[in-house]
Structure formats: C-alpha cells, structure tokens
Design a protein around this ligand. Structure first.
Ligand SMILES: COc1ccc(-c2cc(=O)c3c(O)c(OC)c(OC)c(O)c3o2)cc1
Ligand SMILES: O=C(O)CCC(=O)C(=O)O
Ligand SMILES: [Fe+2]
Length: 356
C-alpha cells in the first residue's frame, strides 16, 4: 500500500553493468546498449576542451569586499550556463577521499550483497535505473544507486538500516553538509534576483534531498554507448561531485557539447527545471550527458534538492510582479516528478508541462 502523499515511480529492472563487465570478458557491447539513437562524440566543441564553465568561490560570496562581484558571477553563471563549479565550499578534502573509497567498496560488494539493496517493484530507490519504461528501450552504460536523504522521515529504513555502518555515516554527513551549501546558494540566488528571502526559504524549508550515485564501468566500445542519456534535472538544484576525477560529464552550450573538466575537490552545481520555474525562466536548466571510456571507471555523486512533495511550485511572486509576465503554471512538486519519472528521458522534455 502507498503511504499517504506518496506515489510510486517504477522502472523496469535492468542488468547490472558492472557485474556484466566483471563476469564476461566483453569485446563488444550487447545490442541493448548500442546507441544508434544518440549522437556520441561528434559535435564536441574543441575550443571548450578546457574547463570553461564558471568557477564560483564560496568564500568570496561571504567576504564583504568580494561579495558583490561574486554574486554577479553567480547570477551570470546561472543565467548563461546553468552550471558552475563551486570551490572553497568548506567540505574537507580528506572526507571527500573517504567518500570515494566507500562508494567504490559499496558498488564492488558481491552481487548477493548488492541484491539486498535492489529496487523493489514499484519503487525507484536502491540499485537500478529510473525512466526505463519498455523492454526494448536502449540502456545507459552505467549503474545507479538512489536514496532519499531528506526529510529524515522519508528515508527508506529497509535500505538505510542495511547500509554498511561506515558508509551510512558518510552518506549522512555528506547529505547534511551539502544541504547546508544548497540552502546558502538558494539564499544568495534570492538576494541577487531580488526574490523575497522568506519566499525562497518557504519553498525549500522542507527540502527534499536525494542522493544518486553513478558508476560508469569502462566500456570496450565507448563510442557505441552513452553513460547517461542527455537530460535536464527535474530538481531545484543539483550538487554533483566528480568523485574520482575521471572526465565524462558534458553540457550542451549553444548547440555544442562542452566538457566539464574535473577540478579537484570542486562541486559541480547545476540549475534544475524547478529552479528555472521558480525564477520565471531567469535561470536555466541545461541539458547534460555522460560519455564513458575504455580505460577506467567513472564515479559521481549527485545530490538533488527540491521543495517538499506537497509544496506548490511556480514562479516567485516577487519576480512575476517585477517582470509583469508569468512564464510557467503552478503544480505540486509531487505532480512534477510524477510526469518526470513516467517518461523515457530525452533532453529537455518536461518543462513544457508547465509553460503557459
Ligand atoms: C538519464 O538518466 C537520469 C538522469 C537524471 C535523473 C534524475 C534527475 C533528477 O532531477 C532527479 C531528482 O531531482 C531526484 O530527486 C527527487 C531524484 O530522486 C528521486 C532522482 O532520481 C532524479 O533523477 C534520472 C535519470
Ligand atoms: O555523472 C555525472 O557526472 C552526471 C550525473 C547526472 O547528470 C545525474 O545523475 O543526473
Ligand atoms: Fe543530471
């Protein structure tokens, strides 16, 4: 039975890619992973091979002498790129190293152990995939593990309580530190956009935070597959760690794919569709994807931050009054995610639901 206020999002069960790579000496990829439906490495912006996405320094957002110029950079990054790298965010580098080791160990548990964390029918949390809606749908070359971390009452105890204790503690600490960073960024964005502080605080008071850990094993034919299908995040704000510094994340900028070069200890922050709605289109959620390589696995940890499921999302009143135009309708976060999870992902395909 569904708990009150909770609907189920299910995805078809798919094979574990890491297990396939470990168990079989693959020289070619199985047909279900061959992506003739996707552009792979073409259309890459050569001039942007170096890290061009804006870098925001969290310390400078706080110091009186640098605050205004850093806020301006933040505003530009969210409008023009929808992505930035965040440095000096205060999370200890030795803690991030521990997170890397624990994530590796968790994904490399024996299959019988991992089975205990597999998605249950009708749910999206645990190991598995989301948005796989048909048996002939092409699959991504990667595995994912999803957990709701906040609000604490929404944590699935059948998953949380079974996590290896030290990994569980690391996930809890990371979740709390990243949540604080997200709240600071929401407040800074409200201030630069002149959205009333309380309006933003009310939206994210009961923040819904989920962790999605992505593991992309090396692939014998990297040009034939996609690590993560192009998509834009439904969330308010995503804060991502490129855990083991392996390149692979690309964002679509002016029609070209731009590489997000891993910067040691930096967090990659991106605007999600819900923040695009709240800012009445001022900030943009950008399409991104992951490509894989034949040499080394790639690990990333995404933390999604959205308003609580019952919260009504729509353009901030103070912005609509100022802009004298409202670009999006309102609906509950729950309804927005219902639509997001019901579809096969393909680029930016959900915002139209809200466009007036
Ligand atoms: C192509 O494969 C995928 C890419 C992204 C997602 C995804 C995007 C989200 O924004 C998102 C999310 O916000 C979220 O928090 C509520 C969440 O936890 C339930 C997600 O799993 C999630 O996934 C999925 C697939
Ligand atoms: O693995 C990455 O770098 C990106 C992951 C991502 O976009 C997602 O999980 O939504
Ligand atoms: Fe994403």
């Amino acid at each position: 039975m569904e708990a009150e206020g909770e609907r189920q999002w299910s995805s078809l069960i798919v094979p574990c890619v890491l297990e396939m790579v470990k168990e079989q000496n693959l020289t070619t990829v199985p047909p279900r992973y061959v992506r003739s439906d996707q552009e792979t490495s073409e259309n890459l912006d050569d001039s942007s091979m170096s890290s061009e996405i804006p870098v925001i320094d969290m310390k400078r957002l706080y110091s009186v002498s640098t605050m205004d110029s850093e806020l301006e950079k933040l505003d530009f990054a969210c409008q023009d790129w929808g992505f930035f790298q965040l440095v000096n965010h205060g999370i200890d580098s030795s803690f991030l190293d521990k997170l890397e080791t624990e994530v590796q160990d968790f994904f490399n548990l024996p299959m019988e152990e991992k089975q205990k964390f597999w998605q249950r029918s009708g749910e999206f949390e645990g190991f598995g995939q989301v948005n796989v809606v048909s048996e002939d749908q092409k699959l991504d070359w990667g595995d994912m593990f999803i957990l709701t971390t906040e609000p604490i009452r929404s944590r699935k105890s059948h998953l949380f309580s079974k996590l290896p204790p030290s990994f569980r503690e690391t996930v809890e600490t990371y979740s709390s530190e990243v949540k604080s960073i997200a709240k600071i960024l929401f407040a800074k964005m409200a201030s630069v956009l002149e959205i009333k502080r309380e309006e933003m605080e009310d939206l994210f008071e009961d923040v819904w935070q989920s962790i999605k850990i992505n593991y992309y094993p090396p692939c014998p034919q990297p040009d034939q597959v996609v690590g993560l299908t192009p998509h834009s995040d439904a969330a308010g704000l995503t804060i991502l760690l490129q855990v083991n510094q392996v390149e692979g994340l690309q964002i679509k900028k002016d029609g070209k794919w731009v590489v997000v070069k891993p910067l040691r200890n930096a967090l990659v922050v991106n605007v999600g569709e819900i923040l695009e709605i709240i800012t009445n289109g001022r900030y943009r959620s950008i399409e991104h994807r992951v490509v894989v390589n034949s040499e080394k696995e790639r690990l990333s940890v995404a933390m999604f931050h959205s308003p609580g499921k019952e919260t009504i999302i729509g353009p901030a009143k103070s912005l609509v009054e100022k802009q004298k135009q409202r670009l999006f309708k309102s609906m509950s976060t729950q309804d927005y995610f219902d639509a997001f999870f019901a579809q096969k992902l393909n680029g930016k395909s959900h915002l139209h639901l809200m466009t007036i």
